[in-house]
Design a protein around this ligand. Structure first.
Ligand code: COA
Length: 159
C-alpha cells in the first residue's frame, strides 16, 4: 500500500477488479468497461498497470499484446478526476512502454477520440505522433486519431 502523498505504480491484480470498475464510473457509459471485460483484460495477453495513492486505486493503463506482433496497443488509460494533472497518466504510460519493450515490442499504438484534446496533448507530450485518422471509429460515429511511438529509443525519452 502506498504511503501518504506518494503514488505508487504496480501491475494490476485480480484483487483490483472492483476498484477498476469504480474508476470508470465517472465516464460516459459507452466508454466504460464492465466487470466481465475487466476480468478478461486482466487474464489476457495484456500489460495492466495501476497507480495507487494513499491505498486507493487512482489510475490504470492497459496494453494489449498480440502473439507474433511487435506492436503493443494502449487499450485504456484513465485517472480518477481528483488526481488528474499530477503526472499519473504519464507515469502509467511510461510503465506500460517499459514493460512492452521488455516483452520485445518496438512500437506502441493507440486511438483517441479526436475531441479528446487532453489525451491527445498527453500523448504528444509523451512522444506519440499521429499516423492516421479513422472515420466512424467510435459507436457514436466519432473519428479516432491513431497515434504511434517507437519504443526503440531510450526509455522515457521524448522525440
Ligand atoms: C487523459 C487522462 C488519462 C490524463 O491523466 P492525468 O494524470 O491528468 O495526465 P498527466 O497529469 O500525466 O498529464 C500529462 C500531460 O497531459 C496534458 N494534460 C493533462 N491534463 C490536461 C488538461 N486538463 N488540459 C490540457 N492538457 C492536459 C498535459 O500536456 C500534461 O503535461 P504537463 O503536466 O507537463 O503539462 C485523464 O484526464 C483521464 O482519465 N481522462 C478520462 C479518460 C480518458 O480520456 N482517457 C484517454 C482515452 S484515449
Amino acid at each position: 500500500m502506498s504511503q501518504v502523498g506518494e503514488p505508487i505504480f504496480r501491475l494490476a491484480t485480480r484483487g483490483d477488479l472492483d476498484a477498476l470498475v469504480r474508476l470508470e464510473e465517472a465516464f460516459p457509459e459507452e466508454d466504460r468497461f464492465n466487470r466481465r471485460t475487466w476480468r478478461r483484460l486482466l487474464a489476457g495477453n495484456t500489460i495492466a498497470h495501476v497507480a495507487e495513492y494513499n491505498g486507493t486505486l487512482a489510475g490504470a493503463a492497459v496494453l494489449l499484446l498480440r502473439y507474433g506482433s511487435r506492436i503493443a496497443r494502449l487499450y485504456t488509460l484513465s485517472v480518477c478526476p481528483e488526481m488528474r494533472g499530477k503526472g499519473l497518466a504519464s507515469q502509467l504510460m511510461l510503465a506500460g512502454e517499459n514493460s512492452a519493450k521488455e516483452k520485445g515490442c518496438d512500437r506502441m499504438r493507440l486511438e483517441a477520440r479526436e475531441s479528446n484534446h487532453t489525451a491527445i496533448l498527453l500523448y504528444e507530450r509523451s512522444g506519440y505522433r499521429v499516423i492516421a485518422r479513422v472515420a466512424d471509429y467510435y459507436p457514436n460515429g466519432e473519428t479516432a486519431v491513431r497515434m504511434e511511438k517507437p519504443l526503440g529509443m531510450s526509455l522515457g525519452e521524448k522525440r
